[in-house]
Write a protein that binds this ligand. Structure first.
Ligand SMILES: [Zn+2]
Length: 433
């Protein structure tokens, strides 16, 4: 095995690739890969894989093939023309430990985009801003195309120095991290496995230690439509939905009660969040609304059961309906579409955790933080169902899922430095032939 490059050599090689990395990230952000519109962003990243010497492959997702697997989330949409993409580096006689670098391609909607300072899908770079660093604004710049570019950046820098990983490395660009995780699940099910999985989610150069679970559900309420001239004879489904929202808020408060919060989450204010994400009701300003569907997101702690949470939600909705004269006779229905994601933990003291922490400390002079996150990531599939230790380690970000999302380019550079050392240590390096 070739001797490893020195830290100073790595620093120079990473620095020399900075403009390239910024340019590729900006180009990728322009492909606004919201749900159902991922294809051109996937084609774009496949080209980057090839550019850095990886063989790209498009992988279609067959929901029938994965719907029986642990971790699957039900959907009511199609997977047509919505492939995952992988990039493969597969040496004939691999020596080190194999590695997956996984970064979801999907981004959440930027709406209301009129509130952004500039077009969310047109990258905007501001130098010497917060912390004296350079930031790129754009939907997906931080969550999480910026993190993925850190991986490409590190691999490109190693390649520039004449090195490639001595073991198998799989780059993964799954769809649907933001709504189901079915993209990552399909890749695991298709046999894309390795000794470790690194997911560069934008968590400020900290390591993900654990994450909550997430469920999505929708509550459908029927009312009684009537012309507004006789409003008293109608029942407004939109207004009735408020009864259910209030009841679920009480369930949320109970769930965050001090006695229910496990030790690692005790220091976090309100770790389990209910979100009223979408409400669709009525269809005419002069008609009493006859139907209302509200879509919610709710959380659960690692180790808790999805079935138990679903039962608590359904009981809560049932009890709320029982106290209302109309809803008692026309009970709301609860359906599950999207995330049915368990929480999970990462062993930061295992070989992978130690190697990543040591790569960080060698550059930064101290241990990285270890975070208990109140959101989910694709790390759960690897950790829970495929025996692959998986964690997140990525750049600093602001306003992910919000207006004026941005990523620190300087933080990305630091992450690329750490990754270049980590890949050298975990995978080993050999001379590019
Ligand atoms: Zn993300």
């Amino acid at each position: 095995m070739a001797s490893l490059p020195t830290q100073n050599e790595l620093r120079q090689a990473v620095l020399a690739r900075r403009d390239w990395a910024v340019e590729r990230l900006g180009g990728w952000v322009r492909h606004g890969s919201v749900l159902g519109q991922e294809l051109s962003a996937q084609e774009y990243v496949a080209d980057i894989y090839e550019e850095i010497g990886f063989a790209s492959r498009f992988e279609t997702i067959d929901p029938d093939a994965i719907s029986g697997l642990p971790g699957y989330s039900p959907v009511d949409w199609s997977y047509k023309n919505r492939p995952n993409v992988v990039g493969l580096h597969d040496p004939a006689s691999p020596k080190g430990r194999s590695l997956i670098m996984n970064g979801h391609v999907d981004v959440v909607s930027p709406e209301p985009s009129s509130l952004w300072t500039s077009d969310p899908f047109e990258p905007r770079i501001v130098e010497n801003e917060e912390n004296g660093e350079t930031w790129m604004y754009g939907r997906g710049a931080a969550d999480m195309k910026g993190g993925s570019v850190c991986c490409f950046w590190a691999l490109a820098a190693l390649r520039d120095m004449g090195f490639v990983p001595a073991s198998k490395v799989i780059l993964q660009s799954p769809i649907e991290e933001e709504c189901t995780g079915n993209g990552a699940l399909a890749l695991c099910a298709n046999g894309y496995t390795a000794d470790a999985c690194l997911i560069p989610e934008p968590f400020a150069e900290s390591i993900l230690r654990r994450q909550v679970g997430v469920i999505w559900f929708e509550v459908r309420i029927v009312g009684k439509t009537t012309h507004v001239l006789g409003t008293g004879a109608g029942v407004n489904a939109i207004e009735k939905s408020w009864t259910v929202i209030q009841a679920l808020r009480a369930l949320e408060a109970e769930t965050n009660g001090p006695e229910r919060i496990p030790e690692p989450y005790k220091g976090i204010d309100h770790p389990i969040n209910l979100n009223v994400g979408v409400i669709s009701g009525g269809d005419w300003a002069s008609t009493v609304a006859g139907e209302c569907v509200t879509r919610f997101r709710f959380g659960l702690f690692p180790g808790e059961s999805l079935a138990d949470l679903r039962a608590r939600v359904e009981k809560c909705v049932r009890d709320a309906a029982a106290g209302d004269p109309w809803l008692r006779n026309f009970p709301p229905t609860v359906e599950y579409v999207g995330f049915q994601a368990e929480g999970c933990e990462f062993d930061a003291d295992g070989d992978f955790g130690k190697a990543l922490r040591s790569a960080h400390s060698s550059w930064r002079g101290s241990e990285p933080g270890q975070e208990s996150m109140t959101c989910t990531t694709d790390a759960r599939f690897f950790n829970l169902y495929y025996g692959i230790p998986a964690t997140c380690y990525g750049p600093a970000s602001r306003n992910i899922h919000g207006v004026d999302e941005k990523v620190s380019i300087d933080s990305m550079q630091r992450v690329a430095e750490v990754m270049s050392s980590f890949v050298g240590d975990w995978c080993g390096l050999e001379r590019l032939k």
